[in-house]
Design a protein. Sequence first.
Length: 259
Amino acid sequence: MAESISTYEQERRAKRDKLRELGLDPYGKATKGVTPLAQVRAWYRTEMGHDSGPLVRAAGRVMLKRDMGKLSFLTLRDETGDLQVALDDLIGRPVGSGGPVVAPDPVNQPMIRHWAAAFEDANPVYVDPEAAAASRHGQIVAPPLMLQTWTMATPKITGIGERGGNPIESDEPSALAVLDEAGFTATLASNSEFEIERYLHLGEVVTAETLIESISEEKQTRLGPGHFVTWVTTWTDEAGAVVGRQLFRILKFRPAAPS
């Protein structure tokens, strides 16, 4: 009795034979030192970001591949389960459309005074020259968390709603546009962490550079499916020395359809 072979099986056998014709082993070879996908998933922590944590070798069958412009997600499967991994060239790219941003104004007393008043911060080293001179700083200093104020873009109010809250106009695409194009158009801020290297003094001009650190696999949240995007802004002085950093994380999610 002739063997009954499905169309699917015929196609797979044809691909196998083609690989053999090319001198390739269609069944591959064993790879040593492979970590089970379930173990990789158990080791991972969100705070590891994109380039920290243990270095592992994993293997699995590609069950699903989703392309989002410069960002791709693969679902791998082995006998222990599935694991979603990101393959992208967005990591290390600027968040906005440009490069480093130089502060439009030097660190100055009027802005410090208004900031301190707005936050009801009565520390005299920010506004009182005599108290500041007698302190460990020896002079007026800016509040540490005022760091991002110096390089904030001057907003253009007209059309800010149509730009999704973006304070400035730009014709150049943002690195995050790939998520918008994939339907993850809503944004929710989730984390902000500052690391201060030193206080700023009057007259200093700082430069900020903001780069994407990591993009998570798709997560199911109460707001809808989405990706956590983390970026790090680094501020440097005129000599190029780092004065502070900010880690900022948002959730880019697909909003639920109106009922």
